[in-house]
Ligand binder design. Structure first.
Ligand SMILES: [Zn+2]
Length: 346
């Protein structure tokens, strides 16, 4: 699978699911579990918490030695591919904050709810379409709620929060707002001014790791050691603290990832062979219907007031219907561009 992923998506990072690693940990090292054993904690720290490579290596070696795991083949193989699962190796990789295969697992579960062993191929695809319809329905509901409900901005006088509330999708807005609130509990421990660059040491008021944030006076960008932006594309509390210190009160456009905005679905989407992916054709049909139906009803309502106008409109509609039928029969003879695009894997 790793080979296939690197062939199909050579630019992308391939990480391993931490949930499955933990399952295998139980399978291969379950016999090492004893009451009060710190093996799972040390292993968990290596996977989720330790951010520096040297510290990771120290804890790993100590864990192997303490629990006599020098000859454990599974652990040895896992260590060799640590760049795919250890926090310290992954923090600069773009993962949208995901560490497990939660997305595909949830789709698998949804498909399993609709499939049975005795289904033939046609039935399977028919049921698969139901799953796709359900997902699209959920997406429509989320889209509707995003339009109808305004996000709860905790600090209404804060230009940055007002700005992102208008830009980000509700889920990402909440995540950003949490970081913003966290930034208010940060303190600047040191500040070093070196012309174009200003280096800050930032830490939480009540303790935690010290982070270095370097602010560039020229382009107003920051680089910082916790790498949350690289990993999740959301600015973290450390960076927000520095922006606030430098009196930058709105978020710079380069820090707004389109994927996280309300406009995420705007524009064209292409598959790996540079072919445009067409959106759900059913949605296109229902959008057209929604646009046409009110205008038609309005004309019908107004027309019905007078007999003469009704006659004129009926004649026009008769001609229009003939023209529509002609266009439909023409498009059936020549498959449309949309139809071609739908068969992306042909
Ligand atoms: Zn940070």
């Amino acid at each position: 699978m790793a080979t296939a992923a690197s062939l199909v998506m050579p630019q992308k990072f391939h990480g391993l699911c931490t949930f499955h690693i933990r399952c295998n940990f139980m399978k291969y090292l379950g016999n090492h579990y004893k009451k009060n054993s710190d093996l799972p904690y040390m292993f968990g720290a290596c996977m989720y918490e330790i951010e520096e490579v040297e510290q990771f290596n120290r804890v790993w070696e100590a864990m192997v030695k303490k629990h006599n795991l020098e000859n454990n083949e599974w652990l040895f193989r896992l260590y060799r591919i640590r760049n795919k699962w250890a926090m310290c190796m992954m923090k600069e990789k773009w993962t949208a904050g995901m560490r497990s295969t939660q997305l595909s697992e949830s789709l698998n579960a949804a498909i399993k709810n609709h499939l049975k062993l005795d289904h033939d191929l046609v039935q399977s695809f028919r049921h698969f379409n139901r799953v796709v319809d359900d997902k699209r329905h959920n997406e429509l509901i989320a889209k509707y709620e995003m339009r109808q409900n305004l996000p709860m901005v905790g600090l209404r006088q804060t230009p940055m929060l007002v700005h992102v509330a208008e830009t980000y999708s509700p889920t990402i807005f909440v995540a950003f707002q949490n970081e913003y609130v966290e930034s208010t509990a940060m303190v600047i421990l040191r500040q070093q001014d070196a012309g174009m660059f200003v280096e800050f040491a930032v830490m939480k008021y009540d303790g935690g790791l010290e982070r270095i944030v370097v602010f560039n006076r020229n382009d107003l960008n920051v680089r910082y050691s916790c790498k949350k932006y690289e990993n999740e594309r959301i600015l973290c509390g450390h960076a927000l603290k520095v922006f606030d210190t430098m009196d930058i009160k709105t978020i710079l456009p380069e820090y707004i990832k389109k994927r996280w905005t309300k406009r995420a679905r705007a524009g064209n989407c292409f598959d790996r062979r540079e072919r445009e992916i067409v959106a759900d054709p059913k949605v296109i049909i229902s959008t057209c219907f929604r646009e046409l139906a009110p205008s038609m009803i309005k004309v019908a309502t107004r027309t019905s007031m007078l007999e003469n106008t009704s006659k004129v409109v009926i004649t026009v509609i008769f001609d229009l219907a003939k023209r529509v039928e002609f266009l439909l029969s023409e498009s059936e003879e020549q498959p449309s561009q949309n139809h071609k695009n739908l068969n992306v894997e042909e």
